[in-house]
Design a protein around this ligand. Structure first.
Ligand code: NAP
Length: 361
């Protein structure tokens, strides 16, 4: 794998690689976000790994091919963020979408509310920071509007109403087409919505991480929000490609993710294996397809599928055209209960608090 690069010359060289269109266009299910003006495929491409940071590095050439593959498969929404590779993922997305008027056909979801020095991160959802961030994102993404702009993480120091006010201004100015929030609970989302119209929310949601089912998911259904479910494959665990021998390199977050540490890792692997057997016996599908289908069958959801190699998206067609009924859902829950005896959530991913909050603490 090549090292992370933000070098513009390297990026320019990489985008010049001729595209080989080997992928057939598959029909994907779609969902409206706030009405017919924004219609998204129910599978989105996630680009955190493409940015390289916390994923052991990035290969830009492979990243461009992955974006191309996603589009060829009918994906029309790409999720990114300034912090993914500290600008690199947005640069790659911008360059990949620039040619042939493609930008107009693909929805970009990006975020704000974090700042960094070197690779040290902290929260900052102040209106000033948001104003700065959107300008930087627009430049990197080579566009003059963002389709869905999300607050990445709540900032305990800046009142949510102030942050929401900054979003409302951007909406009015036409710099963003729709507003979303990420990692906010129901009460925070309701407060935000008093000031600016929230159309989507982006929480962690996959077969192993289901906290939203108690509160946020019912609220989203009730309020008409679309859920952009992140870590849909639980950071690759649900791909079915991992074993107890799997090792991660460099700064790969799975080296510190508690699910990937023994003896717990084996519990999750046992669950994946049992789910795979169930999916194959009953539906002729892999566990990866089951994991994504399961998210789509929970309500108004889009599954964010993180990928950085084109072949990782090869199974997209397997996800559509079928669904899980109640008995299947119950059997899945039974498998999870029987195999995972010490479950753990994704809390390790939360970024440090803002500078001001640290001063207060
Ligand atoms: P994910 O989608 O659960 O997993 C992504 C990883 O799974 C890939 O990088 C790849 O790992 C592996 N994978 C994917 N397809 C595979 C296949 N066919 N076979 C084998 N392995 C496969 O995790 P995620 O990246 O955390 O979440 C998805 C997206 O959600 C992100 O990219 C980002 O856009 C968004 N997200 C948002 C937040 C937030 O705070 N708002 C947080 C996390 C993620 P390898 O390349 O290492 O094999």
């Amino acid at each position: 794998m090549r090292a992370v690069t933000s070098d513009p010359d390297q990026l320019r060289h990489d985008i010049a690689v001729p595209h080989q269109p080997n992928y057939g266009r598959a029909e994907t299910e779609t969902i409206e976000i706030g009405g017919p003006d924004i219609v998204a495929s129910r599978i989105a491409l996630g680009t955190w790994a493409i940015g390289g940071w916390m994923w052991g590095g990035s290969d830009t050439r492979s990243a461009f091919r992955t974006i191309q593959a996603a589009i060829d498969h009918g994906v029309n929404i790409i999720d990114t963020a300034p912090v993914y590779g500290f600008g690199l993922a947005e640069e790659i997305v911008g360059r990949a979408l620039a040619p042939n008027g493609r930008r107009k056909r693909i929805l970009i979801a990006t975020k704000c509310g974090l700042e960094w020095q070197g690779n040290k991160l902290r929260r900052n959802a102040s209106p000033d920071r948001i104003r700065e961030e959107i300008e930087e994102s627009l430049k990197r993404l080579r566009t003059d509007y963002i389709d869905i702009y999300l607050l990445h993480w709540p900032d305990a120091v800046v009142p949510i109403e102030e942050t929401a006010g900054a979003f409302a201004k951007l909406l009015k100015e036409g710099k963003i087409r729709a507003i979303g929030v990420s990692n906010l609970d129901r009460a925070q989302t309701e407060r935000f919505s008093q000031i600016a119209p929230v159309l989507t929310t982006q929480p962690p949601y996959n077969l192993f991480e289901r906290d939203i089912e108690t509160d946020l998911l019912p609220y989203a259904k009730e309020a008409g929000l679309v859920i952009l479910a992140y870590s849909a494959l639980c950071r690759g665990l649900l791909s079915g490609r991992m074993s107890s021998e799997t090792r991660f390199e460099g700064d790969d977050l799975r080296r510190i993710d508690p699910k990937f540490q023994q003896p717990r890792f084996n519990q999750y692997l046992a669950a994946v294996s049992a789910l795979d057997g169930f999916a194959r016996a009953n539906f002729g599908k892999s566990v990866l397809a089951l994991a994504l289908r399961w998210i789509l069958d929970q309500g108004p959801t889009i599954a964010l599928w993180g990928a950085r190699r084109p072949e990782q998206l090869g199974a997209i067609a397997e996800v559509t055209g079928w669904s899980l009924d109640k008995p299947a859902m119950h059997e899945i829950d039974r498998i999870l209960r029987d195999t995972i005896t010490s479950p753990v959530g994704p809390e390790f991913m939360a970024p440090p608090p803002s500078a001001a909050e640290r001063l207060v603490a």
